[in-house]
Design a protein around this ligand. Structure first.
Ligand code: ATP
Length: 292
């Protein structure tokens, strides 16, 4: 007899844009990007289970920063998947608990990752054989350009508006410190302030993905949103300096900010640096993690 899955817990990992080149703009206003993306071991946590009624509960450090209404991407993901599967609400009620551990509007795709985790978890409950590609491209993309890559949640190269992804095999686990000084960043305002949108794409990845080769390669790449973001929000520059001064082999902003990451030689070195930065900047979100 088939065993029905009743409860699922899923990590919605932080998305890190290790490099992000803005290469153009479509007629509909969306920017064209080339980005190398990895996913952290830390993230939000989603617990999904069958229930007598539809419920949505949010807890965690950043719970008060997200809507608990239907504008939450988790609820949108639930409703769209239900629609696609043509499920009646009374036959598919679920309780969803989102533990919101990631800062909101901070360049690490928390909302997109939550939506992706909700889609994957709910598909397991409702339709275990549903093709991942349907989740990714038919529902995910409709929820946001970064949702498909968050369904993949593996090191990848992203093109187009972010939805054309190629997984990168053999990527090493990178020891990182993530540091966010606090202010929410308005992604559209950062894109709107860009002076140059037709930048060159990413150089080819090095043949070896060892840490030293990756750091050298990253040095040849950019985050084209960083300069504008630092000028709008000078604390981003302070986060980058903190990471540099704490011994990061490489430091950069993710997405449109304000979260920055520093790459360290080991998780021990990253943990020590994170502790020192947090002690100097008690109000910041600072965490050591691995990305892969
Ligand atoms: P990106 O790196 O993709 O630009 P981000 O980290 O800058 O993402 P998010 O944290 O995903 O931004 O939040 C973007 C907006 O989405 C916020 O204004 C927030 O109100 C809304 N939102 C809706 N649902 C969620 C959710 N579950 N988590 C976070 N934000 C959400």
């Amino acid at each position: 007899m088939d065993q029905q899955v009743n409860q699922l817990v899923r990590l919605a990992p932080a998305k890190i844009n290790l490099a992000l080149h803005v290469t153009g703009q479509r007629d509909d206003g969306y920017h064209l990007l080339e980005s190398f993306v990895a996913f952290a071991e830390i993230g939000d946590r989603l617990c999904v289970e069958h229930s007598e009624s539809d419920e949505f509960v949010v807890s965690g450090r950043f719970a008060s920063h997200v809507p608990i209404s239907s504008s939450n991407l988790v609820i949108k993901a639930r409703d769209r998947l239900r629609g696609l599967l043509d499920l009646k609400q009374q036959h598919s009620r679920v309780r969803i608990h989102l533990e919101k551990n990631l800062p909101v509007a901070s360049g690490i795709g928390g909302g997109s990752s939550d939506a992706a985790a909700a889609l994957v978890a709910l598909a397991c409950l409702w339709s275990p054989n549903l093709d991942r590609k349907v989740l990714r491209d038919e529902i995910g993309l409709g929820l946001g350009a970064d949702v498909p890559m968050c369904v993949d949640a593996k090191p990848l190269l992203a093109k187009g508006i972010g939805q054309e992804t190629t997984l990168v095999d053999g990527f090493p686990a990178l020891a990182l410190v993530m540091a966010n000084p606090g202010p929410a960043v308005n992604t559209s305002a950062i894109f709107a302030a860009l002076k140059q949108r037709n930048n060159p794409g990413l150089p080819p990845l090095p043949p070896s993905l060892e840490l030293s080769d990756m750091v050298k390669w990253l040095g040849e790449t950019r985050n084209d949103l960083q300069e504008v973001a630092v000028s709008v929000e000078p604390e981003i520059g302070e986060a980058l300096s903190e990471l540099d001064q704490s011994g990061a082999a490489f430091a950069r902003m993710s997405g449109s900010g304000a979260t920055c990451f520093g790459i360290f030689s080991s998780i021990e070195a990253a943990t020590e640096a994170a502790g020192a930065i947090q002690a100097r900047r008690p109000g910041w979100f600072v965490v050591a993690t691995e990305a892969r």
